[in-house]
Design a protein around this ligand. Structure first.
Ligand SMILES: [Cu+2]
Length: 274
């Protein structure tokens, strides 16, 4: 009886040590993929066409777009358990991307860090630059340096320059600089009394994805220009005029509208290269 007991114990021990022995080799090494973002621009469902007065916003302003320049930053990947992964913890401008509709080189962005394989539920990012990131002179070279925001208006950089023209009353064609950046507060006689950080975080709907080791996930992100002018605030160029860098009320309305100008056109894993 004792012998059987010992035999059983030995078998159990062997089984366990085989089982746990295998496990003690540790988890298999983590695998990583990468992410690419491709930037597209539209008015409604149609790709944006430049320099043609073919668009009308919700306020009824006929308008055209000459070019768009903007920063997005702090891309963050979210997991179902509430964890999130922020790229580029070590700085060096690597989690900031400049998009310029005139510069094809800026239309695609390979994110700096590798992404651990697994499931992600959503992607978010900052539109513009947050207070910590938005420091004057951090970009010494063009094209980014041309985005500077005057020091006396709060400094740092434009979040966006959306440039174009609209047709005002009596068929007058007027230029607009729909520019967003740090806002200012003014006293009754026009002295600046404070600054307002207008950057905002965009949470992309329908941005879940999974990634396997060696894969590149390509996110095609679309900016619908019309959305800047309609939701939740109807933005009327005839009311706000062409220049809003010193008009915090107008920039605030614009930034509220900015929360849903971006949508995911597609998000898919490209096959690993062989
Ligand atoms: Cu400006």
């Amino acid at each position: 009886m004792k012998k059987i007991f010992l035999q059983t114990t030995a078998i159990l021990f062997l089984t366990f040590s085989l089982f746990f022995g295998a496990c003690q080799k540790g988890p298999s090494p983590k695998k990583f993929g990468t992410m690419d973002i491709v930037f597209k621009h539209s008015v409604g469902q149609q790709p944006l066409q430049f320099d043609t007065m073919k668009y009308v916003n919700t306020a009824g302003n006929p308008y055209m777009v000459s070019n768009i320049q903007y920063f997005i930053s702090n891309i963050c990947l979210h997991k179902a358990n509430g964890d999130s992964v922020l790229f580029d913890k070590n700085g060096q401008n690597q989690n900031i991307h400049y998009v310029d509709t005139d510069l094809p080189d800026t239309w695609q962005w390979q994110l700096p860090d590798s992404i651990e394989e697994g499931e992600y539920t959503a992607i978010s990012f900052t539109f513009g630059l947050n207070k910590k990131e938005n420091k004057s002179l951090r970009f010494p070279n063009p094209p980014e340096s041309a985005m500077f925001w005057p020091q006396y208006l709060g400094g740092g950089y434009h979040y966006m320059k959306l440039n174009g023209k609209w047709r005002g009353p009596n068929d007058t064609i007027r230029m607009f600089n729909f520019h967003l950046g740090i806002g200012q507060l003014y006293d009754a006689v026009g002295n600046i009394t404070g600054f307002v950080q207008n950057y905002f975080i965009v949470k992309l709907p329908n941005s879940s994805f999974s990634i396997k080791g060696g894969q590149t996930v390509q996110l095609t992100l679309n900016m619908d220009v019309n959305e800047w002018f309609e939701n939740p605030n109807v933005y009327d160029f005839n009311k706000w005029g062409g220049k809003i860098m010193q008009n915090q009320k107008a920039m605030h309305l614009a930034c509220q509208n900015g929360h849903n100008v971006f949508s995911v056109k597609s998000i898919r894993a490209l096959l690993p290269e062989k």
